[in-house]
Design a protein around this ligand. Sequence first.
Ligand code: SF4
Ligand code: SF4
Length: 499
Amino acid sequence: MKTVTDRTPDQTADSIPESLGTLQDVDWRDFRDHIATADKEGRRRWLFPKAPSGIWHRRRAWFAAFLIVLMFAGPWIRIQGNPLLLFNLVERRFSILGQIFWPQDSGVFAVAMLVFISGIAVFTVAFGRLWCGWACPQTVMLEMVFRKVEYLIDGDSAVQRALAAAPWTLPKMARRLFKHAVFFGLSFLVANTLLAYIIGSEQLLDIQFDDPRKHRVGLTFMILFSLLFYAIFARFREQACTFICPYGRFQSALLDENSLVVAYDRSRGEKRAALHRDQGSEARKSSGLGDCVDCRQCVAVCPTGIDIRDGTQMECVNCTACIDTCDSIMLKVGRPTGLIRFASQNNLERGEPQHFTSRMALYSVVLAALIGVFLWLVFSRSPVETTFLRVSGSLYQSLPDGRIRNLFSVKMINKSHEPLPVEVRLENLPGSVRLMGATNPVVPVGQYLQTSALIDLDPAQLTGSTTELKLGVYSNGRLLERVTTQFSSPRNLSPKSHP
Ligand code: SF4
Ligand code: SF4
């Protein structure tokens, strides 16, 4: 599928031939030479998109409301006492679907990343950039929260334009101050939510309500994040999607002729021309005119400032605002809706129905397999992770009764939802393991126990200078995990084999 990035370097406005059939009637020959939000000198062209309305917008608004509630509630939702999602980089503690993860669980994170990336690839192959317009937190917050507030305070596009051009009077300053104060307040909320995902909701409450002098670092990040979000949502806006997010740039590689995208039906719309009062649709058809009445409402409503009639472009976030607007125009001029609609290139150009391609099938199989591996990794993990290593630099100690003693360092991480009383048993040799410290050690939820252990063995049980020991970690008599370690002993022991 042709996108803006498919342009060859020599394909400048002047080099595109005038004889491109219906395309010559479209002022598209230079749209690939500059982005919609910059003028010819490269200066930012501020957008004042019209407020969208229509069936697609209502669907999107409901979906966004659900996502916003989920996003703000996420850090406070607990599953068996653990957060739904937590990425505590400071304490290196993570929670996914209420399952606690540690940096040692890097395999799970690697699979999670693969699932995420392949999920985006599959989704893009099938549905274009639906993610951007419908689920990306940046777009959801910008279009469904910040932009709505702007419409409430400043009014719709025309009023905003007039206000921007008006001189700086006291009412204008007051309105601007009020709007940006609300923007900063919202950014503060978003920043706090992000912090709650990073450090946990309890720590966030500590920062908010405890003595500020104890939380200088936390408060600094809270302010920095608030300023960052304020800058993004109040000023940077759609530029984040166009310049920073790499996803838009992937779409040239991922989209194909069967991908569903927001598209203009050129064969039906061209040749575009304004509608004259006394011109019926038959008269238009006989004059070689299409259904597009060139009202440019699809451009006026676009939050990225592009003209979808030029074709699929990197900036398009599939927000569907142009579909709603064009449908309302079509209804007004008595033509069928769907001049701009969700369609694939094959659907538009060859009338082919949307179908599931082998490429989509392959990606879906890979994605399903990765999701399966991910869920298996998440839910089949041992509730405890134990490392049992001989203390570095120590060898063995010969006891007066002839037995050999080794000193081990032990670390147990409790990944379960309950405190775990633990006991370690020797599995392949007779003997016992003595954990130092508490008589009945308990590993607290989501934390670890670090201690030492002594193992004393009869030399008759040993196989040489090192003997492999198999240990079982038990809690309330239930085997949680098996680990192996090496036992060191004098070289002159007579070799003996063990099971
Ligand atoms: S809104 Fe529809 S009719 Fe108006 S310019 Fe866009 S495509 Fe043409
Ligand atoms: S072209 Fe249409 S779907 Fe794409 S960003 Fe603009 S309004 Fe949204």
